[in-house]
Write a new protein. Structure first.
Length: 272
């Protein structure tokens, strides 16, 4: 690290992670002193609660009740609350479970410093295996394929039509402005097989939504998607890449690609 440059401490990484909280296109962003709510009416999987901090702990039930009421007022029926080492109270996960929320997959925040990232062909396990092509999504047809694969890979129901329209509107605005879409498709022998997202915000590249159809796994497609997005990070001048990774699937792959674990991140889904 050059002299005078702020090192990427754990606290700085968590700060960057919270600032990069994803708000789906068309969602209503509501920020209070207790949480950040990204509310998508009619879609529980696209309604997120970030940075939940109810302190002292005695305030928890009141804050949760107020959150639920706010979601219902805006036409929502449920959502996902993100729990990290910085959310409060410290036993937030336990409190959510006892109130009917169910935990989703166990994940970790993972980071990789990029100042010495080599070209893709020299990445650990990087580059594309024969028959695998990764390209950024730039056409409407490719974007439709991307959305369809996203639903299949993650097992989510298709979003409400109004939400999908917002996705397309944002995609087209980015394209017309000459901006990168931040979405990548992987093809195996001409068949769409995997997806991945990534966008740079200053010195941080956020990787998200990476996955491969079950029929195409264990063939190097996920590694190729990571390598393509790290190439984009270098072009944008990012210093680090951040992502959340499932402990039983993508996490071990990312560790082999030079990422390290920072701390646990878990979603708890419930009705509001």
């Amino acid at each position: 690290m050059p002299p005078g440059v702020n090192p990427w401490t754990a606290a700085r990484i968590w700060d960057a992670f919270e600032r990069g909280a994803w708000v789906p296109p068309g969602a209503t962003r509501i920020e209070t002193g207790d949480y950040l709510l990204a509310l998508t009416p009619g879609s529980t999987p696209l309604t997120y609660v970030y940075a939940f901090r109810a302190e002292p702990p005695e305030r928890f039930d009141g804050v949760l009740a107020g959150l639920k009421a706010r979601v219902r007022e805006h036409g929502g029926t449920g959502g996902r609350i993100q729990v990290t080492p910085r959310t409060r109270p410290r036993d937030l996960a336990h409190r959510l479970v006892t109130r009917g929320f169910r935990p989703l997959d166990e994940s970790d925040l993972m980071v990789r410093e990029l100042e010495a990232v080599p070209a893709r062909s020299a990445e650990p396990g990087g580059g594309s295996a024969p028959g695998i092509e990764v390209r950024e999504v730039r056409t409407d047809d490719d974007y439709r394929t991307y959305l369809r694969l996203s639903d299949e890979v993650f097992g989510n129901p298709p979003p409400p039509s109004a939400v999908e329209d917002e996705f397309f509107a944002l995609f087209r605005r980015q394209r017309e402005a000459g901006q990168p879409s931040g979405r990548f498709l992987a093809w195996e022998a001409g068949v769409p097989a995997g997806i991945g997202g990534g966008h740079a915000n200053g010195p941080v590249l956020f990787l998200w939504g990476g996955g491969v159809l079950s029929s195409h796994r264990h063939r190097g497609i996920y590694r190729a998607l990571v390598a393509a997005r790290l190439d984009a990070a270098r072009s944008a001048g990012a210093e680090i890449a951040l992502t959340t990774a499932r402990r039983r699937s993508s996490g071990p792959i990312l560790e082999r690609l030079g990422f390290r674990r920072v701390g646990a991140v878990r979603l708890y889904e419930g009705s509001f």
